[in-house]
Design a protein around this ligand. Sequence first.
Ligand SMILES: [Zn+2]
Length: 426
Amino acid sequence: MKQDGATIYRAAAIRDAQGASARPGAVAVRHGRVVASGLPDSLPKRLTRNATFIDRPDELIIPALVNAHAHLDLTELGPTPYGGDFTAWLRDLVSRRPTEPKQIIDAVRRGLVLSRSAGVGHLGDIAGSTAAVMGRRQAPREAEMPGVSYIECFGLGESQASSITQMKRALEDLPFESRIDFHDRGAVLGLGPHAPYSTGMDVYKAANRLSHDRIYRLTTHLAESAEEIRFVRDAQGPFAELLKALGKWDDGIEPSGQHPVQWLEPVLKHARWVLAHCNYVEDEHIDILQKTGTSVAYCPVASEYFGHVDHRYRDMLEAGVNVCLGTDSILCQPTDEPQPMGILPQMRRLFRRDQTDPGTLLKMATTHGMLALEFSETDATLQKRAPAVFAAVKIDKDDPLDPLVQVLMNDHPVTPINATRTPAEE
Ligand SMILES: [Zn+2]
């Protein structure tokens, strides 16, 4: 084995969202990072001279993809058909989700392995417990995944004060020095107040304050359903009824008269947030997202699963909002999807449904996700210094059709490539 030579992947084509595009294509890797990419003949002689070549003549190589919104601790529940009633769905989820730390850790790791095998390279996870964070932090090598673990918090009305205390305690349970270790391993900590129908303004503001030194990334579910809009505006509807039935209603829960995006604007102004979904927004709300530098994690398959239509992601992109892609939980994925934790199925859904520009989809699936998670955008490209984590998908190399379009039109699974560790480093 030539220890110091580059490893060069030669493929039918390569493509990223920052200008790498070649057919045929090659990516040269050294010490776990990209050192050059382009046409195979264009690579510098000093790299090719001692290189080890790996040929993938029937595949397009793209960077590993970014899943900006997942719920790994629900992995064991598997894809679950939707009955049409969101509050009933939530109740079922709460009754079935794992509660024992060992089950949670196993679910998170299985989710990470499924994600890696589907070509995901960075992931933002909603961690329903500190066990979910620890499961990821101490994941075995085959389940390592850089990104963010957002600790989920809940608390409405008069219970907000105790919810804030709990949130702080959860952070304390994750030893202070581990934050640095987290960063080394790639997965940093975040806070995820759940949604406006379960979490009050005081909790959102507390999350903002805690993140002020930028140690904690921030996310929440927002403007997901018409029922949520009604709850925030009027404190009525199915969510109000659900809270009453659960004995969680109190006089501190009041109508705001506002749309969820307007309601959260004072919080969005003061820190960078990633909002999952935003299925129901008007122009004025898109303006707020743009002005506050807020990212939107759109989960097209999950959104359709719940019956939401006409998502305005293209209007958001046009207005300058950073829109990235997520899977949401595995429950919302089709039962016949071979790679349910993959981002390519999300891209394919949008391409086939909306004929969205393939280059835009690749950005949403890579650099936009990195921006949302506050990681280096270059790390999800084939540019120099990017980590050598790629996704390869079969194409017909004799078909003149654009290789990325072929991948969006065919149903071949992703084969992951992870060359971040050379044999010598193992
Ligand atoms: Zn979610």
